[in-house]
Ligand binder design. Structure first.
Ligand code: SAH
Ligand code: SF4
Length: 358
């Protein structure tokens, strides 16, 4: 355990870890003592509190389409899943959700969906503009998959501020295990570079405990993130969906996810790190535990209740029956119960303004 602690402290002091050290951290999660684990969580909390205080940023998630042209093996929305009741929200419905979110003090709206060609770039831009016109003090985040650089530029020019595109895995063999051949890790990574270059705050990330994920894969993810330096990192446990090829695979664990949250927070003190819905799905207090391991962002659902149960990336997803307001106040109480405070703020990355000025 002494070796693990010394590597962690080295990272905390801003030194770049060697490959062998990353691998050591990753594999140590299986033998780490309760004491050292708690030490890592408290170090991670200290790092987050040092930058963001006890503030928790909210993102209002609008899942506006569950059509997807892709066939990722892990995802319940994959195109080969014929059992999904597919839906698309209209521009008006989306703007209504955003208005409701604004009233509930959300200052970031996240538009997420499958890769749905029915929405043209102009449609997306018009929705982004609509939200920004009504609520200029809101940030708009897009999470709509892989597009051309030209499309990304249009979204940015329309006013979108941030883009979430998990890299999923930085290991080529593992990428193949998770995706059919028409999708490539190179294109996913190209997208992230284009997005950053254009000026978005970017979010990468990966699932924890996905099929075929080895210690080498995690080490590749950490090395890739150190290289990319994204503003946000989304991680959550893989959870099987019964209508996918991975239906019989095991889910990622709470312990592993919390461990990686803490490692990421210690590596990236300023990063925006959500305690995800998937984490809340595998444990009733998963999101609270995530915050106590270094997360500082929560993404409650703003989608209309009528479509919630049709946006199932994985089985057992929580909050599919709740109104937006219920989710909002539920999260406020949950955060208060652990000494944190949900704030009304765009919640930009701490270094983002400074980065823009140079
Ligand atoms: N279509 C977009 C956004 C929706 S999917 C995209 O793929 O980027 C959003 C994220 O959900 C994915 O990046 C993936 O990491 C996660 N996800 C998909 N299926 C999952 C599953 N079975 N368990 C946990 N997370 C999953
Ligand atoms: Fe589509 Fe995203 Fe699901 Fe892949 S993960 S099938 S791109 S919604």
């Amino acid at each position: 355990m002494e070796k693990l602690k010394s590597i962690i402290l080295k990272i905390k002091n801003g030194e770049r870890p060697e490959r062998e050290e990353l691998l050591y951290i990753v594999s140590a999660r299986r033998t780490v003592t309760k004491e050292v684990r708690e030490w890592m969580y408290s170090l991670a909390r200290e790092r987050a509190v040092g930058v963001y205080g006890h503030d928790i940023y909210l993102r209002g998630l609008i899942e506006f389409t569950n059509y997807c042209r892709n066939n990722c093996y892990y995802c319940g929305l994959r195109r080969d899943n014929r059992t999904v009741n597919r839906y698309r929200l209209t521009r008006e419905q989306i703007l209504d959700c955003a208005d409701k979110g604004y009233e509930l003090n959300f200052r970031t709206i996240v538009l997420q969906g499958g890769e749905d060609p029915a929405y043209s770039d102009d449609d997306i831009c018009s929705i982004v503009r609509g939200i920004k016109e009504r609520h200029p003090d809101c940030a708009v985040t897009l999470s709509i998959g892989e597009k051309s650089r030209e499309s990304y530029q249009k979204y940015f020019d329309a006013g979108a501020d941030r883009y979430l595109l998990r890299h999923e895995t930085a290991n080529a063999a593992h990428y193949r295990r998770l995706h059919p051949s028409e999708l490539s890790m190179e294109n996913r990574m190209r997208c992230l570079l284009d997005l950053r270059d254009i000026g978005f705050q970017i979010g990468a990330g990966f699932m924890v405990g996905s099929p075929g994920q080895t210690d080498e894969c995690y080490a590749d993810d950490l090395a890739y993130l150190l290289e990319l330096q994204p503003h946000m990192i989304g991680i959550g446990p893989f959870i099987p969906h019964h209508e996918t090829p991975f239906r019989d695979e095991a889910a990622g664990t709470l312990e592993d996810t919390l461990y990686f949250l803490a490692v990421l927070r210690i590596m990236f003190p300023e990063v925006l790190l959500p305690a995800t819905t998937a984490l809340g799905t595998i444990h009733p207090r998963g999101r609270e535990m995530g915050v106590l391991a270094g997360a500082n962002v929560i993404m409650p659902n703003l989608s209309p209740t009528s479509v919630r149960k049709d946006y199932l990336l994985y089985d057992g997803k929580i909050c599919t029956g709740d109104e937006a307001a219920e989710c909002r106040y539920c999260m406020e109480r949950r955060m208060e119960s652990i000494g944190y405070k949900v704030v009304t703020s765009r919640g930009d990355h701490a270094g983002f303004e400074a980065e823009r000025r140079v």
